[in-house]
Design a protein around this ligand. Sequence first.
Ligand code: G6P
Length: 446
Amino acid sequence: MEHIKLSFEKTLNFVSKEEIFKFKEESQKHLTALQKGTGKGNDYVGWVDLPSQITEEELNDIEATALSLKEKVEVLVVIGIGGSYLGAKAVNDALAHSFDQLNTGDENPLVLYAGQNISEDYLFELLDILKDLDFGICVISKSGTTTEPAISFRLLKELLEENVGKEEARERIIAITDASKGALRTLAVQEGYKTFVIPDDVGGRFSVLTPVGLLPIAVAGHDIKELVKGAKSMQEYSSATAFEENPALLYAATRNALYAKGKGIEILANYNPKLHYVAEWWKQLYGESEGKENKGIFPASVDFTSDLHSMGQYIQEGQRTIFETVISIAKPNHTVTIPKDKDNLDGLNFLAGRRIDAVNKMAELGTQLAHVDGGVPNLRIEMPQLNEFYLGELIYFFEIACGVSGYILDVNPFDQPGVEAYKSNMFALLEKPGFEEETKKIKEKL
Ligand SMILES: O=P(O)(O)OC[C@H]1O[C@H](O)[C@H](O)[C@@H](O)[C@@H]1O
């Protein structure tokens, strides 16, 4: 069985193997703490066993719900923010036809997203386009009280009820939320929506392998059983493999060794734009898990080769505080070769007959060598292929490494207290009832 691979050799000009391997015992101890639920934030480690715990019955229920939605709607709007949409968006974008929004012959509903911003123009245009379409809604919020999705849901629910009537709207709305708490649970019970539960011990950014990610992924037509199988394969592999060969432990150890050397920014790079949202998901995972107590590596991302023509200059010659982690896909899913041209004005006939991917791979290798020469350590994650199974492996790899890495940093990787600051300022500024004191104080600052 092939797994995703991690190589850290191109960091060894900057940290020694000993400096990485000094985390061996510690990282193994942290992995055990995650598995046994004995570390910091241990009431939020339900995700560790998710791939092996999720039952065939649960997966069948998600698939059946997806199927009944598919029969009714041409568009499914997933309403959620942060961990309540990034995992689904990451997997759906990675697996979808790049031009899915045009007519590509895909019989599955188009999945759109809302509630991930409060842009009036975005919502206007979404409502405008939906008014003439058969759509359904999957509203997702762990807390059930987040402002952004709640605003979008108000608007879309109203439109749907107007379009198809309250009864039919009820059949087209799925709510995914806490088992008992929060406004969304209350509303779902009141309206009689089909619901799925986000387990108490799984935080939003670790929830892609719950119905939060799985339902929208199934609606888009992807194989959630394969995705879970891949995650399970990585769960088993990372728990059974010695540190020296263990990609998740080595990733956690290497990034902490680099951080100790002043490399405070990690850039996740890809050479396939389908992975753009995998990086967005990864940024929330690592940013919210590690960025606290004035500590943590800042997670950034780039899409190569596009961004080599914009951010490439900085990476090559800017402040030497960065390291890169490149996700490389070994084998593309399609074949395109470069044609011969009789005039050869662009001078590219030497490439005629060769695969586009061969050029992409040399761009990747050339960039890695240039960046290492320029002072940027490089880690490399190789996925054998871009499919459900290896995305499942990648997701679990990043999650488990994140837990271990957070513990090495000695923070609680499973809370996000800092996110509240903007929310309370926003409510104070909007004069929300109950915020009178905060409103008074904030107005003095303006
Ligand atoms: O699922 P929800 O409760 O609506 O939360 C959605 C997101 O917003 C919060 O403010 C947190 O910072 C995120 O960790 C979370 O994923």
